[in-house]
Write a protein that binds this ligand. Sequence first.
Ligand SMILES: [Zn+2]
Ligand SMILES: [Zn+2]
Ligand SMILES: [Zn+2]
Ligand SMILES: [Zn+2]
Ligand SMILES: [Zn+2]
Ligand SMILES: [Zn+2]
Ligand SMILES: [Zn+2]
Ligand SMILES: [Zn+2]
Length: 291
Amino acid sequence: MAAEQQSIGDSGFLVDQPVSYCSKCTSSIDQSHQSIIRFNNRLYHNNCFTCGICHKNLNNSTNTKIAVDNNEPVCAQCKLANARMCYVCQKPILTDGSITFDTNTYHDDCFRCCQCQKLLIDETKLAKHNSKPCCITCYDKQFAPQCSQCLKPISTGKIVTCDTKKYHSDCFRCGQCNKSLVDEKDLYEYNSKPCCFQCYEQQVAPQCVECHKPISIGKVLGWNENKYHEDCFRCYQCNKSLAGENNLFEHDSKPFCSECYRQRFVPRCAQCAKPIIDKYRTFKDKTFHPN
Ligand SMILES: [Zn+2]
Ligand SMILES: [Zn+2]
Ligand SMILES: [Zn+2]
Ligand SMILES: [Zn+2]
Ligand SMILES: [Zn+2]
Ligand SMILES: [Zn+2]
Ligand SMILES: [Zn+2]
Ligand SMILES: [Zn+2]
């Protein structure tokens, strides 16, 4: 049976073909017995070719008034009512092609650099200024932060911030050994440049007079112009920790706890053999408690 020619615009037409399925109701279409509509590369029963939003039958519309939304046909009124507004010209976007940038939508032709108005659709790299698109050239000139290392603008890619300084991720390196510090957790500063732990330890950290190793982690204990690890500051005699100790004694630049100092250096009474802390008297080169 020859199909009756009933043309619907350019893309919707009757055809005589084997069984296929309706995009709307998903049941089969016997193309030799039923008239079908082909639209946007999909097939529809005559009755199923309706606006995806208001469900009005679109059979009698001319093709130019049928728009596409989410791959479904929609009538021109619905398309307009549901169209997103262009962020630049504030007019509805009715064409399929549009650009979304930072949650705003643009006509292809409205998507331009916010500074020089250059068309940006074909740009591969874009920058952003106040939520607006900006070409890299303008961004570098006017807005990009400066890398503290190479002094060039940081327009795209990751910015590493350390204290108040900004760096290209590739420029964020140890000022001493040039090792990348991007994934480093322990960061130090030396000569106003970032510094890795190892270099800091070797070159910057104070040295413990006791174990001669650098003091990079933990508290630096200062005593008599010497620096100690907290754990290295111990009585020279009994090895008791002296960190936090107020009663300290010194002999030959070494720290002593009060007990050890008393036993070792304070004169003893020739009579009772106990140490003499305060007053004492001497008699024939021997020392005695005052009484
Ligand atoms: Zn159908
Ligand atoms: Zn509609
Ligand atoms: Zn526009
Ligand atoms: Zn520009
Ligand atoms: Zn740099
Ligand atoms: Zn280093
Ligand atoms: Zn030490
Ligand atoms: Zn001691």
